[in-house]
Design a protein around this ligand. Structure first.
Ligand code: BDR
Ligand code: CA
Length: 311
């Protein structure tokens, strides 16, 4: 079987954690390295949380520290969804085997891209700061990457503001650099990710297997569930697992090509991913595949099968 070399840039984060667990189990994926960025929590938390999740599932990947704040402005963490520590208030130990690498995220990502020219799939599930720094510092990186699969943005609603999705809102300038980079982009925004919900029945089933990963999945989602249940949701969206499963199972998703650019200066629209999907006026270039829908039941079955494979 041909495996996809993958780099994972994340702000772990409960759904980043679940995406990482899926990445680890998918046999089509060769996970080369991971970088952490501040987003859902401060960088120290997202970086060590990534180690903690790897420790939980017995995985060891090189993990690099990235940006501790957006290109402009200060961090803006998301405790209501991700708890006070980014892992839904679940306390996990940092594994003794955790290795601290000196190279920053952008240098490590570039080195990995040089080793897999034209092949490396970059999955980004946090603010795009690390990727923007890498693309700016290394002008050859854009032509070395195969695809950037992003959880971020929306062609319709926002979540952190009426217009904007969290990952893009936190660092719209970084997102604009990425969308203008020329690298083929797959945008898994809220249009699709809000449909990819894991329900209480699903996490009860996973927890009932008795595995650490199943118990963690249920426990870490409880702060988010308290918030979303009150808003009328049927479960917790698996935002960050969407680009992971898209890479391996694109047949589950509906996609449209579009021009996508980011509002960086709007007073009420900052961080909006503006698409030309439904407009008369079209942008000059279709720079992204915008993922709009998913077969939710198949998606959740595959995601649960991934988690069932873990200790
Ligand atoms: C995105 O923001 C974070 O809260 C999640 O981890 C996901 O990446 C959803 O808007
Ligand atoms: Ca995330």
């Amino acid at each position: 079987m041909n495996k996809y070399p993958v780099w994972f840039d994340c702000d772990t984060g409960v759904d980043d954690a679940i995406a990482l667990m899926a990445l680890h189990t998918l046999e089509e994926i060769d996970l080369i390295g991971i970088s952490a960025v501040c987003g859902n929590a401060l960088l120290d938390d997202t970086f060590f949380n990534t180690h903690r999740v790897c420790g939980l599932i017995g995985a060891s990947y090189p993990i690099y520290r990235g940006a501790d704040k957006p290109l402009y402005g200060e961090p803006h963490v998301s405790t209501a969804f991700h708890g006070h520590n980014g892992l839904g208030d679940v306390e996990l130990p940092i594994p003794d085997s955790a290795v601290m690498h000196d190279a920053p995220a952008w240098d490590a990502l570039h080195a990995a891209a040089l080793q897999h020219p034209g092949e490396l799939r970059l999955i980004a599930t946090g603010p795009l700061t690390n990727i923007a720094v890498a693309l700016t510092k290394y002008p050859d990186l854009a032509s070395l990457l195969h695809t950037i699969l992003i959880m971020g943005g929306s062609a319709s609603v926002g979540n952190v503001t009426p217009a904007a999705e969290f990952n893009i809102y936190i660092d719209p300038h970084a997102a604009q650099i990425v969308f203008k980079s020329g690298v083929p982009i797959v945008m898994c925004g809220l249009d699709v990710t809000l449909k990819a919900v894991l329900t209480p029945d699903d996490w009860d089933e996973l927890a009932a297997t008795g595995s650490k990963a199943g118990a963690f999945t249920k426990a870490c989602l409880q702060p988010a569930w308290r918030m979303l249940q009150a808003m009328g949701f049927a479960g917790v969206p698996m935002h960050d697992a969407c680009p992971v499963l898209y890479l391996v199972h694109p047949e589950l998703f509906s996609v449209e090509e579009a021009g996508v650019y980011v509002e960086t200066h709007g007073t009420i629209t900052q961080g909006k991913t503006v698409t030309d999907l439904y407009s008369d006026k079209q942008f000059e270039k279709k720079n992204a595949k915008v993922v709009l829908d998913v077969d939710r039941d198949r998606f959740i079955e595959i995601l649960k099968a991934c988690i069932r494979r873990l200790p």
